[in-house]
Design a binder for this molecule. Structure first.
Ligand SMILES: Nc1ncnc2c1ncn2[C@@H]1O[C@H](COP(=O)(O)OP(=O)(O)OP(=O)(O)O)[C@@H](O)[C@H]1O
Length: 749
């Protein structure tokens, strides 16, 4: 039994073992399965993790995008509200505009009605205007001929005043000079000058001189230039003008011609002012004339002519044409430089002055021992007729006029002084011969007179500024200078001649009065034409017709001034002179000396009238009542500026000489029929008479407007005809070197 039990146990154990084995097998299988499952799960887990990360990334991106969208949404909301606001405003505006449109429609309909009515009236006015325009067109041709006639008469009056004018200027004392004693005893307002000999007392020591005008020490540069101004216009009309500065060294020649070194506008000398005027007047004629301006500058030193603007430094001697070339050039080989503004000319003058001083031992010495001649050549073409005209301006700074004996010079200086004496006396002879209307004019006696031949005599106008140093130490120089000037002016004082000359003067005055009447008539014609033109040009002028302005303008009657000026032959014994030495005897003398026809009342009335007219003219000009051309014409006619007064003063001023043409004169080379050459008449009466004092006091000089107009940058009226070259070594040539794109380079013809 036990064995059986054991057997049974063994069997059970075996069975159990098998069961355990089976279980173990199954467990290991299960474990294997579980491991596989775990691996799978891990793999899946990893997969899910990565998916989760992707999803997280996506979620983040989505969040950002959502945020952006939210922002945009916010922005859109803001914009929407703005747009809604705008829309609201726009709707309001539209409503307003609708209202306005309704109003406008109403107004337009009213205006249309008015327009219709106005059209009707305009048609009527146009019809009337057309008729007036026809009258004006007919008159226009006449207007130009009247203008030309006026220009001719203007120059005739200038000629009557004397083509040779001598102005004396007394310079003030300089520091260091004895101011107590002066050689100048009396300066009259009409050109009288009494020189007192410091070594002789009383009447014996006094000498009376008479010139066109005497400028005292206090005369301003502007006053000195005032009488030169009308001559500048003549240059543009085809005349030759020569302006000299004469006097001993240090008497003020350079001061008058150029001005002091540091020139302010008020100190500008004749050169600056003349050139400025020249370019300004050419501008006012821009619609009728084209001007070309060329400049030459030469020096006459020891009877040799040298180009001061030459390129080469050799300074070769130049030849002079003894008969004038068609182009009017006396020194054709001197370089010609085309200029377009005052600045251009001034630059050239600076270069010339530098060249002049190059070989000098001392600038001052040399400058006063040679004659420098700056020549401004003007060629003008009348745009209407195509006619050309030529004029020239010589600005001559003469050498100092010291006498040899006094300066006690030897050697080279003596030679210079002899040449200067010779040329100055030759100049005096020429001008004297011209003023005396001699048949022979000794141009050939010096290089100076040869160079200036075409600008001395004939229709040329000569102006000499004679300079005086009032210092007693210069008495003998002053006396010889004044004698020279007296000779040049061709006027001598003397009671014996006054009867005979009185008749000449009366004849002359009659001529002047008749000429003045003619001018007045022409002026009136022009005036009427202008008024017609203004009325027809603008209906607004019609309104002005009823205004004071128009009446004042209209009231300017040259005929009236003519009538009044006609009284100038009435002489009144009034002393207008200025006594330098204040004593009674001198006062009496001055009364005797200045038997002057004064018309202060008329003078002041005229000034007032002129000022009124000037004002009115300016007003009309500014309101556009006068066209540019018309205003230029007005200025040309003398209504618009100081020249108006010059018309009268020219006529009333002392008459030095009546015409100056001689056989030796070449006159200006004028091709324009407006300025016919006058034939020389050998029977022409020699006029030698005392100067008639001006009977019409001039209004106080007006200020010239230089501030902005000076140094015009470009001048359309002045076209450069040629390419230029300048002495490069000395100065920048940028200002003066120019070439015209419009025209090929050509020589000055
Ligand atoms: N009207 C004037 N007012 C003030 N100063 C003057 C006047 N005229 C001349 N002067 C002065 O007198 C001096 C001599 O004048 P300026 O040089 O013009 O004489 P000049 O005749 O040209 O001499 P030169 O023959 O040597 O060239 C200068 O200092 C100048 O400034």
């Amino acid at each position: 039994m036990f064995g059986k039990l054991i057997l049974c146990y063994q069997r059970v154990a075996c069975l159990l073992k098998k069961v355990v084995q089976e279980i173990e097998r199954r467990i290991s299988t299960q474990a294997e399965h579980i491991r596989n499952q775990n691996n799978l799960i891990k793999i899946r887990e990893d997969k899910y993790h990565s998916r989760i990360r992707v999803l997280e990334t996506l979620a983040n991106t989505l969040n950002e995008e959502t945020q952006m969208v939210m922002n945009q949404l916010q922005h859109l909301k803001t914009e929407k509200s703005i747009i809604e606001e705008k829309k609201k405003h726009a709707e309001e505006d539209v409503a307003k505009l609708r209202k306005e449109k309704e109003n406008s429609d109403k107004i337009i309909s009213e205006l249309n009605q008015n327009l219709e009515a106005m059209k009707m009236s305009y048609n009527e006015q146009f019809h009337q205007l057309g008729q007036k325009l026809k009258v004006l067109t007919d008159a226009a041709g006449n207007y130009h001929s009247v203008l030309e006639e006026n220009r001719r008469l203007y120059n005739e009056v200038q000629e009557l005043k004397g083509n040779i004018r001598v102005y004396c200027r007394i310079r003030p004392y300089l520091s260091g000079e004895n101011k107590k004693q002066s050689t100048i005893y009396y300066i009259g307002e009409n050109g009288e000058l009494i020189l007192a000999n410091p070594t002789k007392q009383g009447k014996d020591g006094q000498r009376v001189f008479n010139f066109n005008k005497v400028f005292g020490p206090t005369a301003t540069q502007e006053e000195v230039f005032l009488d030169t101004r009308p001559l500048i216009q003549s240059i543009l009309d085809g005349y030759n003008v020569c302006i000299f500065a004469y006097g001993q060294t240090g008497s003020g020649k350079t001061y008058t011609m150029t001005g002091p070194d540091s020139s302010s506008e008020t100190d500008w000398g004749v050169n600056y002012r003349a050139l400025n005027d020249l370019f300004q007047i050419s501008q006012t004629r821009i619609e009728t004339f084209i001007y070309e301006v060329g400049v030459q500058m030469v020096e006459v030193y020891n009877e040799q002519v040298r180009d001061l603007l030459a390129n080469d430094s050799t300074q070769k001697r130049l030849g002079i044409m003894t008969t004038s070339l068609p182009n009017g050039l006396a020194v054709p080989d001197a370089s010609m430089h085309t200029v377009q503004s005052t600045l251009d000319v001034l630059e050239l003058m600076g270069i010339g002055q530098t060249n002049r001083a190059v070989s000098a031992t001392s600038l001052n010495e040399r400058s006063s021992r040679s004659h420098s001649i700056l020549t401004v050549h003007v060629q003008g073409m009348d745009l209407k007729t195509g006619a050309t005209l030529r004029g020239s301006l010589h600005l001559v700074d003469l050498a100092g006029s010291e006498r040899i004996e006094r300066s006690e010079v030897i050697g080279e200086r003596l030679k210079e002084a002899q040449h200067i004496n010779k040329s100055l006396s030759a100049l005096g002879d020429v001008i004297f011969a011209l003023s005396q209307k001699n048949t022979h004019v000794p141009y050939r006696n010096s290089k100076l007179t040869q160079v200036l031949q075409s600008s001395l005599g004939g229709h040329a106008k000569t102006l000499m500024f004679v300079h005086i140093n009032p210092d007693v130490g210069s008495y003998s120089e002053t006396l010889s200078t004044l004698k020279f000037a007296e000779r040049v002016s061709g006027v001598e004082l003397g009671a014996a001649r006054s009867q005979k000359e009185g008749k000449d003067v009366r004849d002359l005055m009659e001529q002047v009065t008749s000429l003045k009447d003619t001018i007045a008539k022409k002026d009136e014609e022009i005036e009427q034409l202008k008024l017609k033109a203004f009325i027809s040009r603008s209906p607004s002028i019609k309104n002005e017709r009823n205004s004071n302005n128009f009446l004042r303008y209209n009231s300017f009657s040259p005929a009236r001034t003519s009538t009044l000026a006609g009284t100038m032959q009435h002489k009144q014994r009034t002393s207008t002179g200025k006594l330098l030495n204040n004593n009674n005897e001198a006062a009496r003398k001055s009364e005797n000396c200045s038997e002057i026809g004064d018309h202060f009342e008329y003078g002041s009335q005229k000034s007032v009238d002129d000022n009124k007219n000037q004002d009115t003219f300016m007003q009309l000009k500014h309101t556009g009542g006068i066209s540019a051309q018309a205003s230029a014409d007005i200025e040309l006619l003398g209504f618009g500026d100081e020249d108006a007064e010059e018309h009268l003063s020219d006529i009333s001023d002392g008459v030095l000489s009546m015409g100056t043409e001689t056989d030796g004169s070449l006159g200006s080379v004028v091709e324009f029929s407006l300025f016919p050459e006058q034939k020389k008449s050998s029977e022409a009466p020699k006029v030698k008479m005392p100067k008639i004092p001006a009977s019409i006091p001039k209004p106080p000089p007006k200020k010239t407007a230089h501030s902005t107009a000076f140094l015009p940058k470009t001048n359309n009226a002045l076209r450069p005809p040629t390419s230029l070259t300048m002495p490069r070594s000395r100065k920048s040539t940028s200002q003066v070197t120019m070439s015209s794109p419009a025209r090929p380079p050509r020589r000055w013809q």
